[in-house]
Design a binder for this molecule. Sequence first.
Ligand SMILES: Cc1cc2nc3c(=O)[nH]c(=O)nc-3n(C[C@H](O)[C@H](O)[C@H](O)COP(=O)(O)OP(=O)(O)OC[C@H]3O[C@@H](n4cnc5c(N)ncnc54)[C@H](O)[C@@H]3O)c2cc1C
Ligand code: SF4
Length: 336
Amino acid sequence: MKAFVNENPGSIDEAVMLAQAALREGRSVSFAGGGTDLLQLVKERVPNRPGSGVPDVLVNLKRVAGIDQVTRNDQGGLTIGGLTSLTDLGANPQLRDRYAVLAEAADSVATRQIRNAGTLAGNVCQRPWCWYYRNGFDCYKAGGNQCFSIAGENQLHAIFGGGPSFIVHPSDLAPALVALDARFRVAGPGGDRSLSSNDFFVLPNEDVAHENVLGDDELLVSAVIPEPSGEIRSHFYKIMDRETWTHAVVSAAVVLEMDGEICRTARIVLGGVAPIPWRVPAAERLLADQRVTPELADSVGIASIEGARPLAKNAYKVPLTRRVVERAVLAAAARA
Ligand SMILES: Cc1cc2nc3c(=O)[nH]c(=O)nc-3n(C[C@H](O)[C@H](O)[C@H](O)COP(=O)(O)OP(=O)(O)OC[C@H]3O[C@@H](n4cnc5c(N)ncnc54)[C@H](O)[C@@H]3O)c2cc1C
Ligand code: SF4
């Protein structure tokens, strides 16, 4: 393992200052939450921030007070600190009651041990799990200038939005947060900024090396979920290639805003199929002002795969996505 300096700031401002100081001195820096992903990258000498190599400095956020819990905010929504553990998210009664999709997504991650240590921010900001990037290939995501998956192993890669990298976004929480229309608070040298979760993630054709808009000295502080205007019913549905310990092959986060048994609006966001959490507006529109029936859910599933462009070895994801969406919609609508 490469030697690194571990910094333990007590506040967000101090964390940003430490990151800036390291960058000014020409040292590469990474923020650490639970470290469940980051330390593995460091051990394997995989560059975490592309272009700057394996980190020289880890800014460990564990001692930053006040960002490890879920609180009701003044607008009636929820503020979730970036350091909140996945276990706490899954067990939180407010989430389970009103925003089940997020609690279910948290429960679906990896193993109990990883959920105990892993944080919301670390989950959302984790780097891709493409085999080439993780095994030392100098591809776009490592700061290089090619993609090895196009002509290589691409069974688990993108069917939407790919090129020039074909990663799938690995976070289970990200589709749920986008489906809930969350906003993200980001801290950096210029102070705080707040942006829609929709605008946080970037496609490889906008920025091939990164998966989100964060600069090297910016950190994700919290996610804010707005108060819904009516009753919402939601569900997270995840397919894996084994029973536990792994990322989604395909997932769907579904949030339905209901008026009695009529769905007024829907947000459907896919995981495991695109470099960002992937919204399917054509499928969402079919649900507007409709009673959710098995026939309608089938049509929604079909609409969700419009525009899919599989690679040589991942065409199986297309029918899988259709059925995952159909089942997730029915499960959300059936929620009492
Ligand atoms: C065996 C295994 C299975 C896994 N399965 C899943 C799975 O099923 N689903 C899933 O979603 N994930 C999975 N993961 C990935 C990941 O470890 C967890 O999701 C975990 O939540 C990451 O959180 P962390 O706090 O430990 O992140 P860390 O390891 O601390 O950080 C991860 C990344 O986020 C960055 N980061 C951390 N905090 C911040 C911040 N506040 N601001 C900006 N950047 C930050 C780090 O620099 C790093 O790049 C798995 C990991 C392993 C090892
Ligand atoms: S898909 Fe992305 S991470 Fe994988 S080899 Fe291609 S550029 Fe690298």
